[in-house]
Design a protein around this ligand. Structure first.
Ligand code: ZN
Length: 259
C-alpha cells in the first residue's frame, strides 16, 4: 500500500468518526443550551425573590408605623375626652389630624409595596412555568443525548481502533500533516483529483477546483506519491471515478483514441 492509499484509509476512518461525533455534539450542544436557559431562569427567579423579600420588609415597616400611630391616636382621643379647655381640645385635634395624614401616607405606601409584591409574585410564577417547560425539554434533550451516545458508542470504539491501526501505518511527519490539515480544514484535508479531460490533460483539485499538473497526477497514479494541491495545500488522491477516467476500459467501441 502506497503512502496516499494509507493516508486515504486513515482519512476515511477519520471522516466517519467526525460524522458520528458531529451528531453527538449537536445533541450535547442542545442539552447545554437548555442548562444555560434553566440557569438564567433560576437566577432571574432568585433575583425577583430577593426583591419581593425587600418589598415585604418595606411594607412591614410602614405597617408597623401605622400600628404605632394608631396607638398614639387612640391615646390622643382619650386625652381629648378629658380635655379641660377648648384650647387644649383644639391642640389635641391638630395633633390627631397630623397623625392621620402621616398614617394615610404610610398606609398608602404599605399598600403600594404590597401591590409590587403581588405583581412580582405573578412574574415569579410565570418564570416558574417557563422553568418547568424548559425542564421538560431538558429531560428530552438528555435522553436524546444518551440515546445518540449509546447508538454510536460501539461504532465509535471500532472506528477509534481502526484509526489507531491506520495511523500506525502512516509515517510520522505525514501523519502530522494530515492531522494539521484535518484540524484546519476538516473534511477538505484531502480531496480527489477531478479528471476534466484526460486527453487534454485537464485535471483539477476536488476541493478548490484549481488545475493540477499532469506530472502530479501521473505520480499519484503510478506510485501513489504524496501530492499536495499547490493552490489549497490539501492532500490529493484518486477516487474511484478518477481511476476509471484515467484507466478507461481497453476494449470498446469508443476507445479509438488518436496517437
Ligand atoms: Zn486544491
Amino acid at each position: 500500500m502506497d503512502v496516499t492509499a494509507k493516508l486515504l484509509r486513515l482519512y476515511q476512518v477519520e471522516k466517519q468518526l467526525r460524522g458520528l461525533q458531529a451528531r453527538l455534539q449537536a445533541a450535547e450542544k442542545f442539552l447545554a443550551e437548555q442548562d444555560k436557559d434553566l440557569g438564567s431562569l433560576s437566577s432571574k427567579r432568585a433575583e425577583l425573590e430577593q426583591q419581593i423579600k425587600l418589598l415585604r420588609a418595606q411594607a412591614g415597616d410602614r405597617e408597623g408605623e401605622v400600628k404605632r400611630l394608631d396607638e398614639r391616636m387612640a391615646t390622643i382621643r382619650k386625652q381629648m375626652e378629658n380635655a379641660q379647655t377648648n384650647k387644649e381640645y383644639q391642640a389635641f385635634l391638630t395633633e390627631l389630624n397630623n397623625y392621620k395624614v402621616d398614617r394615610d401616607r404610610l398606609e398608602t405606601a404599605a399598600l403600594e409595596f404590597m401591590q409590587k409584591v403581588e405583581d412580582l409574585t405573578k412574574t415569579v410564577e410565570a418564570i416558574e412555568g417557563q422553568r418547568n417547560e424548559r425542564d421538560k425539554v431538558r429531560g428530552v434533550a438528555q435522553t436524546d443525548r444518551e440515546a445518540r451516545f449509546k447508538e454510536i458508542e460501539t461504532r465509535l470504539v471500532e472506528l477509534k481502533a481502526q484509526r489507531e491501526q491506520a495511523a500506525a501505518d502512516v509515517p510520522g511527519d505525514v501523519l502530522q500533516m494530515l492531522t494539521r490539515l484535518l484540524n484546519q480544514r476538516g473534511e477538505e484535508a484531502m480531496a480527489s483529483v477531478q479528471v476534466e479531460d484526460r486527453k487534454r490533460h485537464e485535471y483539477t483539485c476536488g476541493a478548490c477546483q484549481m488545475s493540477i499538473p499532469v506530472d502530479a497526477v501521473s505520480a499519484l497514479l503510478s506510485k501513489g506519491k504524496l501530492t499536495l494541491c499547490s493552490s489549497c495545500q490539501c492532500i490529493l488522491y484518486l477516487d474511484e471515478d478518477a481511476m476509471k477516467a484515467l484507466n478507461p476500459p481497453k476494449a470498446g467501441p469508443k476507445s479509438g483514441a488518436k496517437k
